[in-house]
Design a protein around this ligand. Structure first.
Ligand SMILES: Cc1cc2nc3c(=O)[nH]c(=O)nc-3n(C[C@H](O)[C@H](O)[C@H](O)COP(=O)(O)OP(=O)(O)OC[C@H]3O[C@@H](n4cnc5c(N)ncnc54)[C@H](O)[C@@H]3O)c2cc1C
Length: 569
């Protein structure tokens, strides 16, 4: 037995494929982040029972490892673990780990049931496929991301992802009614919000699940803990950092363990089925497009726009616009539009750039309605007010969905274009997702710009202005020997600033390897201790995706940066 590889051992316990070929390991060693961690083996589980078998196997092995702790400390292995991976578009290093990777997209990818206003779906289903199915009943999961053509619904749940409709509809957590999960006991459990008698009964139940509810209930209901949670919960519109202890009930009248799993990046268990509630999207849209030449103008503009309660309030900057123009053919390809007609549609913007310079920021304010007239009337009303009040701001109206497509394409595709097209440089998501209260933006943004100006970096800014959530993506030169130092130094400076403005280090991309070391900075030591307790309650052997959310130091993270290989990409 001691001679068998981990793959050989796993083949005895699972029915799905077990793959440790170099090509598979290499593919699974990267996501959309800056990291590389090569796993030992990739398993493609057939179903929840297969995952349960892997968990039981890993727990036994880890217990055995613990018995030989001393020997292991001298060995090279970091210990057995299980990390779920869906589409691998994570920007934080979330699905990367050194032991067993569970490929959720291979088999666990089906729509189980589509109801009148809800759906049950396996986590490995791509959002694009899920969306096609739900649209047949005019239903939508409105928390879809800019990566909507690439990612899965399970990845969205595990990261608590969000997107362009967040302002009106919130993030993925709002739509999760219940989850089926494999937990540390190697059994399948169903988690959802429990209140009143249902909670009382659950708290009296024997066994692992009863213990779990009792432990978490005690954790949040302890008055000293409740005070820590209340004092340190994020005060911004969106947050994916930490465990959402402030959002799971008081442990006495209600407790929602499914909510705790959402955004936990697979560190508490493996999701095997998702029950979503869905919305009916309004069919028509119009957009006011506001061109801003100076960031200080945001001070007045943001509250003015928010008063109109738009469906989306998004932005991209001058660098993003220039890159989009440079890669117009690729953009046209993504939009399935003709390159010439797309080019022509951008002529007014190009003329604006030639005559007055490229605007610093383009704000996209979308209104949706049951009729085209309803949506257009709102866009026109806002545009008229903005044009009247601000002499240095220009506004354009995209009357229909078709006319606004080009703006959405720039907004949605910019990161993907950067990732794929820029040669010799690499997109470096490390300050890619912070959030500050939107009303502090006029004060915050110049300070941020001043920090960034000290570094010789090209970067793009896009984001969800309405939520104060910005995606700053620097392009780093892999050949520069000081890249790791810049990433470390700049992250500290930017996150210090964000935290000083009571912001969040991650609105939607989550902690992963890149931000786990900053979780204590954001939440403080008392809250970090509660997060560690949550991890300990759910995963006492530290089997599920270790080192994410808790347990990664700054130097651990830096050591995993994929810098030497950058030149070959
Ligand atoms: C071009 C581009 C644009 C993006 N735009 C956005 C955006 O607008 N908004 C946004 O929020 N994000 C965005 N992202 C980040 C990313 O796409 C999202 O976080 C996405 O939802 C991740 O889904 P995935 O299927 O790729 O999951 P993966 O990357 O495979 O995994 C994500 C995390 O979930 C865990 N996980 C996966 N499946 C399970 C499971 N079954 N059980 C438990 N844990 C699991 C993994 O371990 C990992 O920690 C973007 C990324 C790219 C490349």
């Amino acid at each position: 037995m001691g001679e068998m590889s981990l793959a050989e051992e796993l083949k005895r316990v699972v029915r799905g494929e077990v793959d440790d070929t170099p090509a598979t390991l290499d593919k699974n060693s990267r996501d959309a982040s800056l990291f590389r961690v090569v796993p030992e083996v990739v398993v493609r589980p057939l179903d929840a029972a297969d995952i349960a078998a892997v968990v039981t196997f890993a727990s036994a092995k880890k217990t055995e490892e613990a018995k030989h702790e001393e020997g292991r400390a001298h060995g090279s292995k970091s210990g057995i673990s299980i990390t779920a991976r869906a589409a691998g578009t994570d920007m934080s290093g979330g699905p990367l780990n050194s032991s067993i990777i569970l490929d959720m997209t291979a088999h666990l990818n089906k729509l189980v049931e589509l109801g009148v206003q809800d759906a049950v779906v396996e986590p490995g289903m791509y959002f694009r496929d899920f969306d096609k199915e739900t649209k047949k009943k005019n239903l939508e999961l409105p928390s879809y991301t800019a990566s909507r053509e690439l990612n899965t619904v399970g990845g969205m749940v595990a990261n608590n992802s969000g997107g362009e409709k967040n302002l009106k509809y919130g993030k993925t957590a709002r739509y999760v009614e219940g989850l089926e999960v494999v937990l540390a006991d190697g059994e399948v459990h169903t988690l959802r919000n429990l209140a009143g008698d249902a909670l009382t009964q659950k708290l009296m139940e024997k066994g692992f699940e009863g213990d779990l509810y009792r432990s978490v209930a005690a954790l949040v209901a302890t008055p000293a803990h409740a005070a820590v949670i209340e004092a340190n919960k994020p005060h911004v519109e969106k947050n994916s950092s930490g465990y959402a202890l402030w959002d799971i009930g008081d442990g006495v009248t209600s407790l929602n363990l499914a909510r705790l799993m959402v955004g936990a990046q697979g560190t508490l268990g493996i999701i095997t089925n998702i029950h979503f509630k869905l919305v009916h999207p309004k069919p028509y849209s119009s957009m006011a497009v506001i061109f801003v030449s100076n960031l200080s103008q945001l001070g007045e503009l943001v509250p003015e726009v928010l008063r109109y309660k738009p469906d989306s309030f998004e932005s991209y900057d001058d660098h993003t616009f220039s890159i989009a123009m440079k890669y117009l053919p690729e953009l046209a390809g993504q939009m399935k539009a003709g390159m010439i007609s797309l080019g022509i549609s951008f002529l007014p913007e190009l003329w604006m750039a030639l005559t007055g310079g490229i605007p610093k920021l383009v704000l996209l304010v979308e209104f949706r309605g049951d009729t085209q007239e309803e949506a257009l009337a709102q866009a026109q009303k806002l545009a008229a007010e903005v044009a009247h009040n601000k002499s240095h701001v220009s506004v354009r109206i995209a009357e229909t969905e078709l006319q606004s497509r080009k703006y959405w394409a720039v907004r949605r595709e910019s990161f993907n274009l950067l990732r794929k097209k820029i040669r010799g440089k690499r997109t470096a998501p490390f300050i890619d997702d912070f959030v500050v209260p939107p009303l502090v933006l006029p004060e915050f943004l110049p300070k941020l710009e001043a920090i960034l100006a000290n570094y010789d970096l090209v970067y793009t800014v896009a984001g969800h202005v309405g939520d104060g959530n910005f995606h700053i993506i620097p392009l780093v030169d892999p050949a520069r020997p000081d890249t790791a130092r810049i990433i470390d130094e700049l992250s500290h400076k930017v996150y210090d600033l964000v935290i000083a403005y009571h912001g969040s280090i991650s609105g939607e991309h989550n902690d992963g390897l890149i931000r786990t070391p900053y979780v204590e900075k954001m939440f403080g030591p008392a809250m970090l201790a509660l997060f560690m307790e949550v991890k300990q309650i759910f995963d006492p052997l530290n089997i599920f995706n270790p080192g994410k959310k808790v347990g990664t130091t700054f130097s651990d993270a830096l050591a995993k940066l994929d810098l030497p290989a950058l030149t070959t990409k």
